[in-house]
Design a protein around this ligand. Sequence first.
Ligand SMILES: NC(=O)c1ccc[n+]([C@@H]2O[C@H](COP(=O)([O-])OP(=O)(O)OC[C@H]3O[C@@H](n4cnc5c(N)ncnc54)[C@H](OP(=O)(O)O)[C@@H]3O)[C@@H](O)[C@H]2O)c1
Length: 217
Amino acid sequence: MNISIFGPSGATGTLLTQRCLAAGHQVTALLRTPENFPLRDRIHVIRGSPFDLPAVNQTIEGADVVLSALGANSLKKEDVLERAVPQIIAAMQETAAQPKPVRRIIVLGSAGALPTSLDKQPAWRRWFVQNIVYNTFLKWPVASQISQWQNLSQSNLDWTMVMPPMLTNTPAHGAYRIDGDALPRNGSRISREDVADFMMQQIDNPQWIKKGVYLAW
Ligand SMILES: NC(=O)c1ccc[n+]([C@@H]2O[C@H](COP(=O)([O-])OP(=O)(O)OC[C@H]3O[C@@H](n4cnc5c(N)ncnc54)[C@H](OP(=O)(O)O)[C@@H]3O)[C@@H](O)[C@H]2O)c1
């Protein structure tokens, strides 16, 4: 398949790029600084910013599936998803009249994007995570994920937003809980490897199209 990746240089994006190459897919990826990306010689590189529509148009051209693992490099207000996701959606929507429109997008999101995220948590944990984690420590990343959710869910694309809790750089467990309604009870972590594996499985799985899906160990 032709797979376009946004955020390929990030911790999860690199795992996605490796998995796409291992599966024999053709990868086109948008990079701000391709010279720093170790897999650059094995992919079709577009140099540019995801905030720039022409660069995004080039990145998604001819794609069967679009993957995104974009996100800010800090906990500060950077508005990366606020600025990039509308450009990706616009670029995909511009292909609607083409013989092969680009409709499928699978993004890395986060638990916390929806007010119902914590519905399955014990009361003390719901209070702690909402007030201490989401409303303070992770205020800006959560705001970005709320924006990503709103933009995707209002689009007519075939989107899936994968919503994990804290990501770790530890090996995949290969087994984790999957829930379409809320973060699994007491789920607090999952590895980027497991998340990347799940995102890859969604390439040919229609189950979570136009939906968010929570993952946790
Ligand atoms: N960390 C967690 O525990 C956690 C938990 C749940 C969900 N998430 C979500 O997971 C996503 C990705 O996480 P990650 O840790 O895998 O990512 P990461 O390593 O921080 O990588 C972020 C990616 O976004 C790109 N990016 C950042 N700022 C950019 C900008 N201003 N313009 C263009 N590109 C920019 C980076 O490109 P450059 O290499 O060019 O900087 C990189 O490819 C985020 O949306 C985050 O909210 C994280």
